[in-house]
Ligand binder design. Sequence first.
Ligand SMILES: C[S@@+](CC[C@H](N)C(=O)[O-])C[C@H]1O[C@@H](n2cnc3c(N)ncnc32)[C@H](O)[C@@H]1O
Length: 269
Amino acid sequence: MLKFFAKYIESELGIVYAEHNYFQLENRLEEIAKLVGVPCIQTLYEQAKSGISGQFKQMLLDVATNNETSFFRDPKVFKAIENTILKSVSSFLSPGEKLRIWSAASSTGQEALSLTMMIKEFNLKDKQHIGFSILASDISERVLARAKSGSYTQLEVQRGMPAPYLIKYFKKDDQDKWTASSELLSHIEFKKINLRGEFGIREQFHLVLCRNILIYQNLEGKMDILNRIGKVLAPGGYLVLGAGESLLGLSTDFEQCLIDGSILYRKKK
Ligand SMILES: C[S@@+](CC[C@H](N)C(=O)[O-])C[C@H]1O[C@@H](n2cnc3c(N)ncnc32)[C@H](O)[C@@H]1O
């Protein structure tokens, strides 16, 4: 029974549950059983055998994913992006063109908002007018809904956000939630995209961040996602992976660049 659900999650998300981690899956299925009001996992299984779709599918994908994220996660990476892309933006953009960024697997949106604040601050500091747009995507509707709201708890904003940015770009409400300004959110388009399937993206990006998701993929899934990201990245554009992820030993369209102590990958021209 657990194998059945593990196989389904692997086929949909590429996330592999090793047998010794089945207990985690079991706990998560118990949560779903409670949420949908069925007595046990066995009943869920009976229902699932005749097809997994709609709300049940979304719940399963939601509980199978780890949504850990924070503002300015791995700050060195933001410095490296500033130094490689923002400081030489004219080599990426034609006059009047916008800088296009994709925060793939963006979870609750902290990464996309961090990039937005970083570019706005850079524009002010350098007296520049870099126009930009950010696509923030995730497979989970639950985290996307939170990302769209731009609303965060005190604990969440304390993780990584410089205090002056919080004061400048967020407003606190009566329930102690901090909400990003609508101007900040206006730079970001939120979209549900399963990286395992067709992205459905026509544009080309100058920068793609795909952090802390490839670690959950098997080799085949990883290569497939990387190859398709390569296709939506403009020549010379950059790919950023999570700190614990690397393309070492993989044959891809990217070359490795060490910038300010961070590894970025550049699409070969
Ligand atoms: C650990 S979070 C990382 C968030 C952010 N990229 C960061 O590094 O802070 C991983 C995110 O990947 C999403 N995810 C997992 N599998 C996915 C898939 N196949 N397609 C799109 N998103 C996926 C999860 O829903 C989760 O929000």
